[in-house]
Design a protein around this ligand. Structure first.
Ligand code: NAD
Length: 485
């Protein structure tokens, strides 16, 4: 019998499902059990061509619609996503293994927020009038054209919407390639947009591995590439986009610092560290995986952290009581277990967790290491799993220097009850998305993105509009033209 997660076909192009079984089969594995629940096929060159030519053509009429008309469609799509939240959340759980307790509140809902927010902004995207004496300049905010979105596997619905909603609001079309690990959810986003009244061809989904991503990025018809992925992939995609002078947004990895001063509310700080390390089983790019704790509260913090981590309910993601699910794939589980072994070998002190959970599926226990030093592998490399490194510090000056001593710069957090210190420290941290007495909140109203190797550009908020549009400036002369000859 066909599993309910099996999509009608692998791709969604020009308003309908399209199949081409000549492509490489991609098995979809449910991470909680290891069973194969669906198969999709990587896009063949013919499918890539169909998607790009359709999107290129459809964009012209879409850009000519008024912002109000475009916005109305996006807002309708948001409503449909909210009405179907349960069904979409179950699919997200099949796609990723994340517990339903999370997917019900963080995935289709977050996608709907993006569609609603950018739908609301679409009608207000205007240029300006610049007086020049008798003459004047006016500016027009124009679409870029055809945008390619490429997703990671941790938030497949959210990423499909965070890229699609601002792109479409500005009058662009999109070809979106989900991660090959989680190919299911973006297809639903495409389906819902059509149901909401979007013209066929403005939002298309094609499946495939890096090779398909690369074919999309290098196509001369593509004007912009927005990638969510790792730093090594980001470097390749950025370079390929530069070759064609394309616009880019790069949402890449991190190894973010979470700094806890000794005057912080311990329970809130522990809560922040748990949210910033164990939500989605640690598979979140902005996680605060280097938790710097001031020496005076170290043992108290670790004791409370171990106690609360022991309350994680690890198990069947479809049970709403479950608060901690598996890694997305066997491969990711093995990567994470490898880092845990490195942590032990290099002398970090294991406080809790530290092994695969005794279950079917790809579960790794929420793991805390203490006495971690800056040079240890677990403190330097992005693990993308539930492994928290706790490091000690003495002074503010010292912790700022150590926090910034990384190639990454996605996020940073500070817990303290001294507000002047909170702002002073945040002001010196090299990171794009920061938190004070909180961690990992990502509302659509706030810009999201990194500095240094963590990325280029911003998603969400009005900032995203700048990255999906360009400004045309028009000088208008009222009098005669003076010329030298
Ligand atoms: P990945 O880099 O392996 O893959 C990302 C996407 O790029 C996939 O769809 C993949 O098929 C595609 N790809 C691979 N090679 C390509 C190429 N040469 N050309 C074009 N496309 C190519 O990342 P992943 O393992 O899927 O996701 C985990 C990574 O993503 C982590 O580093 C994480 O921090 C990052 N991430 C960042 C954010 C953010 O917003 N900053 C959010 C989620 C995940």
């Amino acid at each position: 019998m066909t599993h309910p997660a099996q999509p009608k076909a692998s791709h969604f192009i020009n308003g309908e499902y399209v199949e081409d079984t000549a492509g490489t089969p991609i098995p979809v594995i449910y991470a909680a059990t290891g069973e194969q629940i669906a198969t999709v096929y990587a896009a063949t060159p013919a499918i890539v061509e169909q998607a790009l030519s359709t999107a290129k053509e459809a964009q012209k009429a879409w850009a000519k619609m008024t912002g109000t008309e475009r916005g109305r469609i996006l807002r309708r799509a948001a409503d449909i996503m909210r009405e179907r939240n349960h069904e979409l959340s179950v699919l997200e759980t099949y796609d990723t293994g994340k517990p339903l307790q999370e997917t019900l509140v963080a995935d289709a809902t977050s996608g709907a927020d993006a569609l609603e927010y950018f739908g609301g902004l679409a009608a207000s995207l205007t240029g300006e009038h610049i007086p020049m004496g008798e003459d004047w300049v006016y500016t027009v905010r124009e679409a870029l054209g055809l945008c390619v979105g490429i997703g990671a596997w941790n938030y497949p619905t959210q990423i499909a919407c965070w890229k699609g909603a601002p792109a479409l609001a500005c009058g662009n079309s999109m070809v979106f390639k989900p991660s090959e690990t989680t190919p299911l959810c973006a297809l639903k986003v495409a389906e819902i947009l059509i149901e909401a009244g979007a013209p066929a061809g403005i939002y298309n989904v094609v499946q495939g591995m890096g090779e398909v991503g690369s074919a999309l990025v290098t196509d001369p018809r593509v004007d912009k590439v927005s990638l969510t992925g790792s730093v090594p992939t980001g470097k390749k995609v950025y370079a390929a986009a530069a070759e064609g002078m394309k616009h880019v947004t790069m949402e890449l990895g991190g190894k973010s610092p979470l700094i806890i001063f000794d005057d912080a509310d311990i329970d809130n700080a522990v809560g922040g560290a748990i949210n910033g390390n164990f939500y989605s089983s640690g598979q979140v790019c902005s996680n605060g995986t280097r938790v710097f704790v001031q020496k005076g509260i170290k043992e108290k913090f670790l004791a409370r952290l171990a106690e609360r981590t022991g309350n994680a309910v690890i198990g069947d993601p479809m049970d709403e009581a479950t608060s901690f699910g598996p890694m997305v794939s066997e491969n990711q589980m093995n990567i994470v277990l490898g880092y845990i072994e490195k942590g032990k070998e290099e002398g970090a002190r294991l406080v809790c967790g530290g092994k695969r959970a005794d279950k079917d599926g790809f579960f790794v226990e929420p793991t805390v290491f203490a006495d971690v030093t800056d040079d240890m592998t677990i403190a330097r490399e992005e693990i993308f799993g539930p492994v928290m490194s706790v490091l000690d510090f003495d002074t503010e000056e010292e912790v700022i220097a150590r926090a910034n001593d990384t190639e990454f710069g996605l996020s940073a957090g500070v817990f303290t009850n001294d507000f002047s210190r909170a702002h002073r420290v945040i002001g010196q941290l090299e990171a794009g998305s920061c938190f004070i007495n909180s961690y990992n909140d990502a509302p659509v109203e706030a810009p999201f993105g990194g500095v240094k190797a963590s990325g280029v550009g911003r998603e969400n908020s009005k900032e995203a509009i700048k990255h999906f549009s360009q400004v045309k400036s028009v000088y208008v002369r009222m009098g005669d033209v003076e010329a030298a000859f």
